[in-house]
Write a protein that binds this ligand. Structure first.
Ligand code: HEC
Ligand code: HEC
Length: 242
C-alpha cells in the first residue's frame, strides 16, 4: 500500500537528482531532519527550545506596524514571511506588513554567513540558542525553503496546481488521526477549513511540522512542496466552522 505514496515521490526525487536540482547532502535523511527542525525554529524558536517567551516587542519591529507586539515579533516568520520573501512576499500587505527584506537573498548562502546574521545586533539573538540551533536555522534558510511563488497563486491564496484526490489520500493517512477527517480537531484549534486561507503557513507546517507538537514534517518525502499543494486543495473542501 505504501507503494502508491512512495513511488512517485522517489521517482520525482530521482528526477531532480539527475537534473542536479538536489545535491547529495540535501538528499541525506539527517539533512532533512535538521532542516525540518530549522523550519520549526524559524516558525517559533522559543517554543522549540523551551526558552522563556520574550515579552518586549523586538527592537527591529517597525513602529509603523502597531498591529503586532510582544513575543510574536520575535518569530523569524513574522519579519521575513512564511515564504521567506519579506516585503516582496505574502507580507507585502496585511497585519504583518513591516517593509523588512526577505531571507531569499541568502538562499544557497554558506551556513556560517547566515549564522553571523542571526547573531548580529539587529537580531539580538546571540547567546539565546546553542550551536546546533543556529546551524539548523541557517541550513533551513540556505537549503530548506521553497519558492512559494512557483506553487501558490498569491491573489487567490490557493495552490496553482493541486490534486484533491491525492491530497485526500495523504490527509486521511497522515493527518486525520490528530486533526479529524474534516480538520475540526484538536478542539482548541481554528478549524482547518478557515486556516486554508493561509496556504503559505500550511505549506510550511506540512514540510516541517508544528513547534512543540508531535506533528510530523513531510519534507523527507517531498521537499519541493507538491504534497502540500495536494493536501491544501483537499482542505478547501473542509467546513469553516464547527
Ligand atoms: C523583528 C524583525 C526580525 C526578526 C524577528 C528576524 N529578522 Fe532577520 N532581518 C531583519 C532585518 C531588519 C534585516 C535586515 C538588516 C540586517 O541584515 O541586519 C534582517 C536580515 C536577515 C537576513 C539577511 C537577509 C539578506 O539578504 O541580507 C537573514 C538570513 C535573516 N534576517 C534571518 C533571520 C532569522 C533566521 C530569524 C529568526 C531567528 C530572523 N531573521 C528574525 C529583521 C528581523
Ligand atoms: C500527531 C498528531 C498530528 C499529526 C499527525 C498532524 N498534526 Fe497538525 N498539528 C497537531 C497539533 C497538536 C497542532 C497544534 C494545534 C494547536 O495549535 O492547538 C497542529 C497544528 C497544525 C497546523 C497549524 C495550526 C495553527 O493554528 O497554527 C496545521 C496547518 C496542521 N497542523 C496541519 C497538519 C497536516 C496537513 C497534517 C498531515 C500532513 C498534520 N497537521 C498532521 C498535531 C498533528
Amino acid at each position: 500500500m505504501m507503494k502508491n505514496f512512495l513511488i512517485p515521490v522517489t521517482a520525482l526525487m530521482a528526477g531532480f537528482f539527475a537534473l542536479g536540482l538536489i545535491t547529495a547532502p540535501v538528499m541525506a535523511g539527517d539533512a532533512q531532519g535538521s532542516m525540518a527542525r530549522g523550519g520549526k525554529l524559524y516558525d517559533k524558536w522559543f517554543k522549540v527550545i523551551k526558552a522563556e517567551t520574550p515579552k518586549a516587542t523586538h527592537k527591529a519591529w517597525p513602529a509603523s506596524n502597531t498591529k503586532k507586539k510582544g513575543n510574536v515579533t520575535w518569530r523569524c516568520k513574522s519579519c521575513h514571511g512564511w515564504d521567506g520573501l519579506g516585503k516582496d512576499g505574502a507580507y507585502a500587505k496585511g497585519s504583518y506588513k513591516t517593509g523588512i527584506v526577505g531571507v531569499n537573498g541568502m538562499w544557497d548562502a554558506p551556513i556560517a554567513k547566515i549564522v553571523a546574521v542571526i547573531k548580529d545586533d539587529t537580531h539580538g539573538l546571540a547567546g539565546k540558542m546553542d550551536a546546533k540551533d543556529y546551524q539548523d536555522l541557517a541550513l533551513f534558510v540556505s537549503k530548506g525553503m521553497i519558492d512559494m511563488k512557483a506553487l501558490i497563486d498569491y491573489k487567490a491564496k490557493a495552490p496553482l496546481n493541486g490534486n484533491a484526490a491525492r491530497g485526500s489520500g495523504y490527509f486521511n493517512t497522515v493527518c486525520a488521526g490528530c486533526h479529524g477527517a474534516t480538520g475540526l480537531l484538536p478542539k482548541d484549534m481554528k478549524p482547518m477549513g478557515k486556516q486554508v486561507g493561509n496556504p503559505w503557513e500550511i505549506t510550511h507546517k506540512i514540510l516541517n511540522g508544528h513547534p512543540g507538537e508531535p506533528m510530523p514534517g513531510l519534507r523527507a518525502f517531498d521537499n519541493a512542496g507538491q504534497i502540500a499543494m495536494d493536501i491544501i486543495t483537499h482542505m478547501k473542501t473542509f467546513p469553516k466552522n464547527r
